[in-house]
Ligand binder design. Structure first.
Ligand SMILES: O=C(O)[C@@H](CO)OP(=O)(O)O
Ligand SMILES: [Mn+2]
Ligand SMILES: [Mn+2]
Length: 560
C-alpha cells in the first residue's frame, strides 16, 4: 500500500498539536463495589476523581466476548484481544474462533501446516505442547481434544501430550479435572484408531514454558528439558499421580506453579522425549507465551539457553505467533490479519510516539498493540522503552511492580516535548490480581493509581490531553461469584473460591486534561461501545479523522 493512502484528513473541529497520553490499566474492570473488589478497597483517589460527577468524560466500555473478537459472550477478555482491539480500532475474529471454525469444518487437517507435520507421522511421534484448561485465553481443552482425534484419524500413530497446568484463567486446583478429561480422550482415541496416545510431561504454566517477552528463559528451559530431553527432577507413572504427589510434597504449590515432571514407563524411561523425525504442534492459539518456545524449537542459531540437543522435527504452531518474524514458519490456522493499526497510521501522519511498560507487559503496548507485529513501524518516529520486570518471583511479594518507574519515564517523555503521544501499560491490577492475593492486589491497585497521577500531572504541565482505560477486568473481582446475583459461590467446605482470572466486566474510560476542548464529550448514542472504539477516539483527540472503517469514535463535539 502506498504510504500516502495512510494520510488522514484533519478533524473538522478538534485542532492538532495537543500532547496525548494514553494509559492502559491492565486488569482493571468496573464491578460491584464490595469487600472482594480490590480496586474498590484500594485508595484510588485519581481514578475516583475522573469518575465522580463526570458523565461527559467517564464511561464504561466492553472488553470481553464478541466486542473483542471472542466467540462467546461469556468469554472473558484478555490482554492479547484487548490490546489488539485498542490498537487496531476494529474487531477481528481472534484465534479462539478461527481455530473453532477450522476444526469444525475440518479445514485444519487439510491445510499446508497440518500436511507439513503429517510428513512425520509414518515414522515419528506427534507431540502436542500447550496450556491445559478451558480458560479460552491461550488455548481450549475442546480444541486440544479435536486436534488429538483429528490427528489420529489422519495418520498420527503415536501422540504425546506435554501439558501446562493453568490455575490462572481457571480456578486453582482444577488441573486434576482437566488431566482426567485429557486421559479419557487419549484412551478413547487410542481405542478407536489404534494410535498410541499418552501424556509425556507436565508442569505449571508460570514455572514451565509459558514465559513471555523474554523475561526469564529458565522457564522455557525447564520445559525444554522435560519435553525434549525427557529430563526433570520429578518422574511419575501418570500425570494424576504427579499432580497429587507434588501437592502432597509441597502443599503451597498451585496449578500455576507446578514444577516440571516427566512421565516414565516401568523401566523409568521417559515415555515421550522429542527426537529427530518427530512432529511438534504448540496448540496455544495465543501468541505471547508461545513465542519463546517457538524460537527454541525453530531457530538453528539459538543462544538463549543450552538446548543440549536440537531435534530435527516438523514443527507447526496452532497459529503463526509473530507476523513480522514469520514465527513459526508453519502453522495450522492462519492468524487474524490485523492490518492498518492506529500506530501505523500515526507514523504515516508524522506523529511521534513513545510506548512504555515493564517487561511482563511490554509487548502489550507494542507487539499486541501493533497487531501481533514485533518491532517499530518507524525507528525515527517511535521510541519503545522496556523497564525490566522482576523475574523469578510472584508479584504479590512486590505488588508495586515497576508502575512508578513506568510513570516517571512517561512523565519525562511527555515533558521532553519530543512526542505527540505517549502510551503506557500499568500492570499491577492484572499481574498481582492473578496471584489471588487480595491484600497485595489492593497495594498494587493503589500504586497504579499513583502512577496515573504522575502521568496526569505531566499532561497538566504541557496543556495536553489524557485518555485512561483498561484492557479487561481482573482486580475488581477476586472471588468466584454467581453471575446473576454477584454473591460469592462457596466451595463444598463453605470457603470462598479465590478468582485469579480475568473477568467479563466492562472497563472504565476517562478523558480529560487542559488540552481537551471544552465542547468535547463522550457520545451518548454508543452505549455498547467497546475497546475497538478507542483507536478512533485517540486519533480524533490528536486532531485527525479516523479511517472510515474503524469502529466509531466515542467522542463528539457539541455546540456550546
Ligand atoms: O498472564 C496471561 O498470560 C494472561 C492470562 O492467561 O493475562 P493477560 O491477558 O493479562 O496477559
Ligand atoms: Mn491484560
Ligand atoms: Mn492477565
Amino acid at each position: 500500500m502506498a504510504a500516502n493512502s495512510f494520510a488522514l484528513p484533519p478533524h473538522p473541529k478538534i485542532a492538532k498539536g495537543k500532547k496525548l497520553a494514553v494509559i492502559i490499566l491492565d486488569g482493571w474492570g468496573e464491578q460491584i463495589d464490595d469487600q472482594y473488589n480490590a480496586i474498590h478497597v484500594a485508595e484510588t483517589p485519581t481514578m475516583d476523581s475522573l469518575k465522580k460527577g463526570r458523565p461527559d468524560t467517564w464511561r464504561l466500555v466492553k472488553a470481553h466476548g464478541p466486542a473483542v473478537g471472542l466467540p462467546k459472550d461469556d468469554d472473558m477478555g484478555n490482554s492479547e484481544v484487548g490490546h489488539n482491539a485498542l490498537g487496531a480500532g476494529r474487531i477481528f475474529e481472534q484465534g479462539a474462533g478461527l481455530v473453532d471454525s477450522a476444526l469444525k469444518t475440518g479445514k485444519l487437517f487439510q491445510g499446508a501446516g497440518f500436511k507439513y507435520v503429517q510428513e512425520a507421522f509414518p515414522e515419528g511421534t506427534l507431540h502436542l505442547i500447550g496450556l491445559l484448561s478451558d480458560g479460552g485465553v491461550h488455548s481450549r481443552l475442546d480444541q486440544l481434544q479435536g486436534l488429538i482425534k483429528g490427528s489420529a484419524e489422519n495418520g498420527a500413530k503415536r501422540i504425546r501430550v506435554h501439558f501446562l497446568t493453568d490455575g490462572r484463567d481457571v480456578l486453582d486446583g482444577s488441573s486434576l479435572y482437566f488431566v482426567d478429561e485429557l486421559e479419557k480422550t487419549l484412551k478413547e482415541v487410542s481405542e478407536a484408531t489404534g494410535s498410541d496416545c499418552k501424556i509425556a510431561s507436565g508442569g505449571g504454566r508460570m514455572q514451565v514454558t509459558m514465559d513471555r517477552y523474554e523475561n526469564d528463559w529458565n522457564v522455557v528451559k525447564r520445559g525444554w528439558d522435560a519435553q525434549v530431553l525427557g529430563e526433570a527432577p520429578n518422574k511419575f507413572k501418570s500425570a494424576t499421580e504427579a499432580l497429587k504427589k507434588l501437592k502432597e510434597a509441597d502443599p503451597k504449590v498451585n496449578d500455576q506453579y507446578y514444577p516440571p515432571f516427566v512421565i516414565v514407563d516401568e523401566e523409568g524411561k521417559a515415555v515421550g522425549p522429542i527426537v529427530d523425525g518427530d512432529a511438534v504442534v504448540t496448540f496455544n492459539f495465543r501468541a505471547d507465551r508461545m513465542v519463546m518456545l517457538a524460537k527454541a524449537l525453530e531457530y538453528e542459531n539459538f543462544k538463549s539457553f543450552d538446548r543440549v540437543r536440537w531435534p530435527k522435527i516438523k514443527y507447526a504452531g496452532m497459529l503463526q505467533y509473530d507476523g513480522e518474524l514469520k514465527l513459526p514458519a508453519h502453522y495450522l490456522v492462519s492468524p487474524p490479519e490485523i492490518d492498518r493499526t492506529s500506530g501505523e497510521y500515526m507514523v504515516h501522519n508524522g506523529l511521534r510516539t513513545f510506548a512504555c511498560s515493564e517487561t511482563v507487559k511490554f509487548g502489550h503496548v507494542t507487539f499486541f498493540w501493533n497487531g501481533n507485529r514485533s518491532g517499530q513501524f518507524s525507528q525515527e518516529l517511535e521510541e519503545y522503552v522496556e523497564i525490566p520486570s522482576d523475574s523469578g518471583i510472584t508479584f504479590n511479594v512486590a505488588p508495586e511492580m515497576k508502575a512508578i518507574l513506568i510513570a516517571e519515564k512517561s512523565r519525562d517523555a511527555i515533558l521532553s516535548g519530543k512526542f505527540d503521544t505517549v502510551r503506557v501499560n500499568l500492570p499491577n491490577g492484572d499481574m498481582v490480581g492473578h496471584t489471588g492475593d487480595f491484600h497485595a492486589t489492593v497495594v498494587g491497585c493503589a500504586t497504579a493509581d499513583k502512577a496515573v497521577k504522575i502521568i496526569l500531572d505531566a499532561v497538566e504541565q504541557v496543556g495536553g490531553i489524557f485518555l485512561v482505560t483498561a484492557d479487561h477486568g481482573n482486580a475488581e473481582d477476586m472471588v468466584k461469584r454467581n453471575p446473576k446475583t454477584f454473591e460469592p459461590v462457596l466451595d463444598k467446605n463453605g470457603q470462598l473460591q479465590i478468582l485469579t482470572s480475568h473477568t467479563c466486566a466492562p472497563v472504565p474510560i476517562a478523558i480529560g486534561g487542559p488540552g481537551l476542548p471544552e465542547n468535547v464529550r463522550f457520545r451518548r448514542d454508543l452505549p455498547s461501545g467497546g475497546l475497538a472504539n478507542v483507536a478512533a477516539t485517540t486519533l480524533n483527540l490528536l486532531g485527525f479523522e479516523a479511517p472510515a472503517d474503524y469502529e466509531p469514535s466515542l467522542i463528539e463535539v457539541f455546540d456550546a
